[in-house]
Design a protein around this ligand. Structure first.
Ligand code: ADP
Ligand code: MG
Length: 227
């Protein structure tokens, strides 16, 4: 327990440091991005264009890492509110569906009619759902089915995000929440650790089960608040 406590503290420290430098990193990056854009209009050879597109991709990646750092920062310190989960899903659904259309993925939603209040920070809750659905889409490169389900049980609510993608080998399952663990060429390896940190700050838990070549299921369990 002490070792785990230590690790959490270390992560918190690194997170806070990273979050405070994040804005400092973003501003010069925006400048670089603009200048690269200008150069790429000037140097049109195939080779140069290839270099420019690689630079653009890498800048996008740095931006993504930095954004995740912002969420890794201090989730416990942010002001939480009593919010309807429905409202959050309602706002995200069009985003998820259009991402599905782009990826040839059919999105199936099963969401209860009645309001489910949870204590959270809406932006962070959205980030968790976006990080996990992004992973799901990235696991279904040839298309597939995303099943998004919300159900209540014994004072808790579960948000279940299931994909029909490549799945995760058993040997990798325990590495998923390690910072910077990624199996992707252009991954950041920060999405899931950010999800875990945020969900734990809402007094919830996140579970991942997976079968290779069948798919992966992410379950986020949160306490239901008094309305
Ligand atoms: P990233 O997506 O940048 O690689 P994450 O922290 O979001 O980082 O995920 C870590 C790793 O967990 C991924 O690289 C992938 O190997 C695995 N993973 C997460 N979600 C899924 C999923 N739905 N299907 C298959 N693998 C997944
Ligand atoms: Mg990810």
């Amino acid at each position: 327990i002490e070792k785990k406590q230590n690790e959490i503290q270390k992560l918190e420290l690194v997170g806070n440091l990273a979050a405070s430098s994040a804005h400092e990193i973003r501003n010069p990056l925006t400048g670089i991005k603009g200048l690269i854009q200008l150069l790429s209009e000037k140097y049109k050879s195939e080779e140069d264009q290839l270099y420019f597109s690689i630079i653009q991709t890498e800048i996008t990646r740095i931006n993504e890492i930095v954004s995740q750092f912002l969420f890794l920062g201090k989730p416990t310190a942010l002001k939480k509110q009593n919010i309807n989960l429905q409202q959050i899903i309602h706002e995200l659904k069009p985003l998820i569906v259009s991402e599905g259309n782009l990826n040839n993925v059919e999105c199936r939603f099963t969401i209860p009619e009645k309001n489910i209040p949870i204590v959270c920070t809406a932006d962070q809750m959205k980030q968790v759902i976006l990080n996990t659905t992004k992973n799901a889409f990235e696991a279904m490169t040839g298309g597939g089915i995303l099943t998004f389900t919300i159900f209540e049980h014994a004072g808790k609510v579960t948000i279940s995000i299931k994909d029909s993608g490549v799945g995760i080998p058993p040997s990798q399952l325990k590495k998923l929440f390690q910072p910077f663990y990624t199996s992707k060429d252009t991954g950041t390896g920060l999405g899931l650790i950010v999800c875990k940190r945020i969900i734990q700050s809402f007094h919830g838990e996140i579970y991942i089960t997976s079968k290779e070549n069948i798919g992966t299921k992410v379950e986020i369990v949160l306490p239901i608040a008094a309305s």
